[in-house]
Design a protein around this ligand. Structure first.
Ligand SMILES: C[S@@+](CC[C@H](N)C(=O)[O-])C[C@H]1O[C@@H](n2cnc3c(N)ncnc32)[C@H](O)[C@@H]1O
Ligand code: SF4
Length: 466
């Protein structure tokens, strides 16, 4: 497997130029239209109607959000707050049960479920018996397919025994561990002390449970990180024998996540250092670990379902990043969760308090969303193929949608010239192929087809492309 870039010694200047040219702030495209374009025009009434209209055979994917943590890691960009009170955790779980009943009632039948994902925050903030009760209620209200995947994100530093013991009864099949970085100086700078041994114990517990797939999250671009340090972390992570590794670029957005302002900017690696760190992790995972690079930020062993889905062009993009799940509808439960239905996107009230208020009042907690137009669907497919396959045949996608390919071809002809010039992509008049060198900039290629980004008036501020 080739490295993302040439050796830094020979390519230093080139890297700086590429970064200056392409490291714009662009969306991560976990949806299209992206969340900043959701509006209050889509509220609880619209969501209720969309649920009732779901075609009978539509398999569902479920997402449950738990917006609580024991402490706040300084880099954290997730929707969470520090809540340690058990009564609050139990009350939140009771609200999830109510929301599940309400949503299932509106769907009006025991719909098939192919995938359930617990995220946060820290899902295991909820006591073990609550986690089991919520899963039991989901299984009562929905028909889980025999091979349904049940995934959960775990923080290895906060997994009390009752939560660990709940994973079996919950039927968990896939576990994702937050690792981020194993260097003590970096851990201190991000306010998250996590020993290798703690992480290893959690990975072993997951394996003992018989989970089919183990994922690790790593981050580059954190304060005090170096190229050598991230390579060391990646090497130590290899010993955990994960099936998948997600490698996220630290998104520093202190205007949205105010606690990130506690990270001194001078401790943050600059764009070319971030690039070198990504490349260093890429080399360790692909050359020493045998992982296959997938899309923007994932790595998987060739035996893993994600690598196989990627090879078969079946990979999908969702709010959690990349997924092998092909369900055409995603139902979100809990504060801030986002749902994706054939008609459009919906999002729940962002804070636990606002969410609880709506559910307690017997209402759905939907506060915003967007109905998707035929043009959105067409562009969403193009963007998804670029983000997942690094390749797309624009004429073929347009034909699948019965659409005129001209606007897509025009956007590509105009926008791709510089990418081609720099060896980041090739373009033959209908088909785009992003090169290995262009992988870190794939969001910028996808952005060429984003009709909303062109509307200058309300440009949202995103994190760096690399
Ligand atoms: C919901 S979070 C964390 C799950 C769990 N609470 C933990 O900390 O281990 C999922 C992942 O998002 C990533 N993440 C969080 N904040 C980020 C940021 N600002 N930039 C990039 N990745 C971030 C981390 O890798 C984290 O493991
Ligand atoms: S990284 Fe995980 S544990 Fe840390 S604050 Fe964010 S969600 Fe909580």
């Amino acid at each position: 497997m080739t490295a993302i870039l040439d050796a830094p010694a020979t390519a230093g200047l080139d890297v700086d130029r590429l970064i200056a040219r392409y490291d714009g702030r662009v969306p991560r495209y976990t949806s299209y239209p992206t969340a900043p374009h959701f509006t209050p025009a889509v509220g609880a009434g619209v969501y209720a109607r969309w649920l009732a209209q779901l075609p009978a055979e539509t398999p569902l994917s479920l997402y449950l959000h738990v917006p609580f943590c024991d402490r706040l890691c300084l880099y954290c960009g997730c929707n969470t707050t520090v809540v340690r009170l058990e009564t609050s955790h139990r009350h939140y779980a009771a609200m999830l049960l109510r929301e599940i009943d309400a949503v299932a009632g509106l769907i009006g039948r025991r719909a098939t479920v192919s995938h359930a994902h617990w995220g946060g925050g820290t899902a295991t903030s909820l006591p073990g018996d609550c986690l089991i009760a919520v899963m039991d209620r989901l299984r009562a209200r929905f028909a889980f397919a025999p091979d349904a995947e049940v995934a959960i994100e775990l923080d290895p530093t906060s997994l009390p025994d009752d939560r660990r013991d709940a994973l079996g009864p919950m039927g968990v099949t896939r576990i994702s561990l937050g690792v981020q970085d194993l260097e003590p100086s970096v851990q201190e700078a991000i306010g998250r002390m996590q020993s290798y041994e703690e992480t290893e114990a959690c990975a072993k517990a997951a394996r003992a449970l018989g989970v089919g797939s183990l994922n690790l999250d790593l981050i580059y671009g954190l304060p005090l990180q170096t190229e050598e340090g991230v390579a060391r972390t990646a090497r130590r992570a290899l010993a955990l024998k994960a099936d998948r590794v997600a490698v996220f670029g630290y998104a520093h957005v202190p205007w949205m996540k105010r606690h990130q302002a506690l990270i001194p900017e001078e401790q943050l690696p600059g764009p070319s250092e971030r690039y070198a760190q990504l490349n260093a992790i890429h080399r360790v995972l692909t050359e020493e670990g045998g992982y296959v690079a997938i899309g923007l930020d994932h790595y998987a062993l060739p035996s893993d379902a994600m690598a196989q889905a990627a090879a078969g062009r079946r990979l999908k993009r969702c709010f959690q990043g990349y997924t092998t799940d092909a369900a055409p509808a995603l139902i979100g439960f809990g504060a801030s969760s986002i749902g994706s239905l054939p008609q459009g996107y919906v999002q729940n009230a962002p804070t636990a308090a606002a969410y609880i208020k709506e559910i307690e009042a017997g209402r759905l907690a939907t506060v915003r969303g967007v109905a998707v137009t035929p043009d959105d669907r067409l562009r969403r497919d193009v963007i998804e193929r670029v983000m997942c396959d690094l390749e797309v045949d624009l004429a073929a996608v347009a034909a699948e949608h019965g659409a005129d390919p001209a606007p897509l071809l025009e956007a590509a002809s105009e926008g791709l010239e510089k990418f081609v010039e720099d060896g980041l992509a090739s373009w033959d008049g209908r088909r785009i192929a992003v090169s290995e060198r262009g992988r870190p900039f794939v969001r910028s290629v996808a952005a060429l087809f984003d009709a909303y980004l062109a509307q200058a008036s309300d440009k949202p501020r995103h994190s760096r492309a690399v």
